[in-house]
Design a protein around this ligand. Sequence first.
Ligand SMILES: [Zn+2]
Length: 335
Amino acid sequence: MPNTLAHFGIQGIVSHVASPRLDPKLIFLGCLLPDLPWMIQRALQLFHWIDPYTLRLYCIAQASLAVTLCLCAALASLSTQPKTVFMVLGTNVLLHLLLDALQIKWANGVHLLAPLSWELWNAGIFWPESLPTYALTVLGLSYALWHWRAAITLPVPGPTRSRKRLITACGWLMLYVMLPVWWLSGPAETNSHFVRTLRAPKALRVGQYVEFDRNRYRKHQPQDILRTFAGEDIHVDNTILDHSAIISAQAHFVGPDTVHILAFHEHTAFRDLASYTGIALLASMWGIAWWRTKKPRINSSARNHASNEEAGHETQSGVSPIGGARQGSNSDLYG
Ligand SMILES: [Zn+2]
């Protein structure tokens, strides 16, 4: 799927054409949300206490449009402008998935209609290492830097004080976490990411077609090895490269743990590098904006405290609820 930076540019332009006053950091946050399950999966895989196949099915379900919209609703519920925030995040989640579907991803794709249909959708037009992706990445980096000042200037709102809003947000968050558990069987039945094929008893694999998405290919004697997402080492009966690499592959099982590779694509570190850059930019935007929002509050709190001591009573600080605007300013939107 396109790297994070690639999403920033094209989705930023579409969002700002639709509404020029939108806060860029909110748009960029929407660009990131569908990839959250895959980031969490990477972290959880380090601990080895969750069955990797179940974890993969959970992430597939959680990355679907319907479930990611629950996360958008949770975040929007914390805002004083829930409809606008939901529209910005939701639209960018949809755009993200549509853009993802344009890229070639063997054993992968997006679920736009789940839970009605768990068939993966993938138009598969270009690879992550190709001119369209490079162009989108340069556009994204330029766009994020161009809007950097606006992103760090617009304030980050404080937490809502409405108990009803908090309860609603918790409800949506629960759905974001629990729906994938209830829907595990959906992607399993359609053999998304070839989980069913790889999870089957080894003897049943022989003769089955399988695809691998960005897996480590290692030189080894007597046969090279391909490591699956579940950490299983599968032998390769035909030598396809004279060096180790990250590859996507189409293959079929010729033995219980041996595949014959029919086609492959070698990946570079470009996608990860561009994604880490995009995530770092987004985190910095929110971090700096939060710090700048906080600073006047501390100053005004100190001033309030001093004047309260004089007046002998307490005053409210001027900080707005989360997602909401201060009086006379607008946290989610320009203006
Ligand atoms: Zn994605």
